[in-house]
Every structure is written in structure tokens, then in C-alpha cells.
Design a protein around this ligand. Structure first.
Ligand SMILES: [Fe+2]
Length: 309
């Protein structure tokens, strides 16, 4: 036993699916190659209720133009399948793509949820972007702020939110039936782990979050937020199992100690460039996917803080 009631609850939920006592959710992935992001529609076949996880709003940085190509694919799928969207979920405030949550909410309905620690992220980045008092740092841009262990329903299939900080302070994993949407914690076993060097990131916490997730049963279906291919792999893959992660993850397999991981992660992070879209992404995603309020000409502007990141 782990003395961690919330992970115990998630283990029991996956076991119930494996024992045939609980329906497994249907998972449809949408891979956005420009940002290497996997978005998901997770649905209950019997009730046709669904959740959307980590959507993408296309943004062309050179022209400052947005478009809804990726989001419209999700809208088309949901409509074609006759699904009712109850939840639009973010695993965290992404630094590499803008969220399409407000657009999807307008088209499909559903409530927008993220981890309650988003208020910490809003505090950190509110400062970095020198936002005025009109930028609320209380998470009020979201419909629901989730704590560790909180439960939602996707039709008749339960969802358990697990707080898995490290990449950012607010990261959540969503365990829906036997499917774990682990956000930016681990990537495919041959690629390793998410970076931990953004403001508020912490490699020690990331290690502990992953070890916590690794308590889930071997057969847990694991869905990633990103894939970047890997040496000797030419195809994008965004689904694996907990057994594969535990035995073969190049950064975090079960024999790697916390000190070894932190040393490796810190050295590697020092060599990484900032994500191409970090500045627009954070400014939009800390607002629940909304642009900053328009200026007096009706246009929204995104800032570039010089020498701040
Ligand atoms: Fe991320």
C-alpha cells in the first residue's frame, strides 16, 4: 500500500475496468504536427458523453494570425459521433501551443477545467508579463479548478484528477476508466520525460509525480501530451502502457534514482531552446485560452518581455 488514497482510488478504478466491472472509455486522438501535440476526445460509448483534453488553437507567429483547423477537426468528429461534451480539460497551461478551449466551448458546450495550482502559474507569469490588475490571478477564467483526487464523470465512466507537478506547478493527470492522460510528465519510453526548467518547474517534483503515476497497473493505457519521434523511430506515437514506461522509459524506468534523474534533467534542460510559441501560448493559456483584452482600436496584442525568460 502506498498511503496515498487518491492513487489507490485510481488503481482501483483501472482494476475495475480490467475486471470487466467498469466500461473502458473510447479514446480518439488528434495529433497536431506543427506543435507535436496530441489532443483527445474521450467518450462513453453507452451515454455518448465526452471530454476533450488539451485542444490546439492554430497560431502563425510571423503573421500573428490564428485559425481553427485543428479545433474544427475535433468539432466535426464530436458532431459526427453524436457526442455531448461535458468537460473541456487542460492538463496544464501549455507553453508550446495555444488552447482552443473557448472556441470549442462556444461550438460544443462543456465546462472548462484545469488544476487549482493554475493560480500559482498566473501569479508567476502575471509578473513576467507585467499584467495589470485587470488580469485576475484567481483562476476565474476557468469554470472549475480541480484538486488532487477530485472526481468527475464522463457519462457513466469516472475520471480522477491527480496532481502531478514538476513540468509546471499546476499539472494534472486525468485517469478516466483505464486510460491515463498524463500531460507533460513522461513521453514515449524511447523519448523520456518533459522538461522541468520553465518558471515554477521542478525536476524533483517531476520525478515524484512520475513515481506516483507508476503505481497504476501495468495494463493502464497511457496517453501522452506530445511526441517528438525518437532516435530510430520515424513515426509519431502518443499511446503506450504503464508497463512499458516502468520498464523502458529512458529517463525514468524503475531503476533510475531521484538524484540521477534530476542531474540528467537539469543538464539536458540547459541545452534546450525555449519553445517557439512560449510567449503567445502562456499569455493566452493563463487566461483560459483567451487573448488579452483588446486595446482601444479593438485589436488584441501579445507582449514580448525582453530578457525576462
Ligand atoms: Fe507543456
Amino acid at each position: 500500500m502506498t498511503q496515498d488514497r487518491n492513487i489507490e482510488k485510481a488503481i482501483a478504478q483501472v482494476d475495475a475496468v480490467l475486471a470487466g466491472e467498469l466500461r473502458a472509455p473510447h479514446v480518439r486522438a488528434f495529433f497536431h504536427e506543427p506543435t507535436f501535440t496530441a489532443s483527445y476526445v474521450v467518450s462513453d460509448d453507452a451515454t455518448r458523453r465526452a471530454a476533450i483534453i488539451d485542444s490546439v488553437w492554430d497560431f502563425d507567429q510571423p503573421s500573428g494570425r490564428t485559425s481553427f483547423e485543428a479545433a474544427d477537426e475535433i468539432v466535426a468528429y464530436v458532431q459526427e459521433q453524436g457526442l455531448t461534451v461535458d468537460w473541456i480539460l487542460e492538463t496544464h497551461a501549455h507553453a508550446d501551443h495555444l488552447s482552443a478551449a473557448p472556441y470549442l466551448q462556444e461550438k460544443l458546450g462543456g465546462k472548462l477545467a484545469i488544476g487549482s495550482e493554475i493560480i500559482t502559474v498566473q501569479g508567476v507569469f502575471g509578473k513576467i508579463f507585467n499584467e495589470g490588475t485587470e488580469f485576475a490571478r484567481d483562476g476565474s477564467q476557468f469554470d472549475r479548478l480541480l484538486e488532487d483526487g477530485e472526481e468527475l464523470m464522463i457519462g457513466e465512466i469516472p475520471l480522477i484528477a491527480l496532481h502531478v507537478p514538476g513540468h509546471t506547478p499546476a499539472d494534472l493527470a486525468y485517469i478516466i476508466g483505464d486510460a491515463a492522460f498524463i500531460g507533460d510528465t513522461m513521453f514515449m519510453p524511447d523519448y523520456g520525460s518533459a522538461r522541468a526548467d520553465f518558471p515554477g518547474g521542478d525536476a524533483h517534483k517531476l520525478y515524484r509525480s512520475v513515481r506516483r503515476l507508476m503505481n497504476l497497473p501495468d495494463q493502464t493505457r497511457v496517453f501522452l501530451c506530445h511526441d517528438y519521434k525518437a532516435p530510430n523511430r520515424e513515426e509519431f506515437v502518443w499511446e503506450t502502457t504503464m508497463l512499458a514506461e516502468r520498464t523502458a522509459n529512458v529517463h525514468l524506468h524503475k531503476d533510475v534514482t531521484e538524484d540521477e534523474f534530476v542531474e540528467m534533467r537539469t543538464q539536458r534542460d540547459a541545452t534546450l531552446e525555449m519553445p517557439r510559441l512560449i510567449l503567445p501560448s502562456i499569455q493566452v493559456n493563463m487566461r483560459g485560452g483567451h487573448l488579452p483584452p483588446p486595446e482601444d482600436d479593438g485589436t488584441s496584442y501579445l507582449k514580448v518581455p525582453v530578457n525576462k525568460l
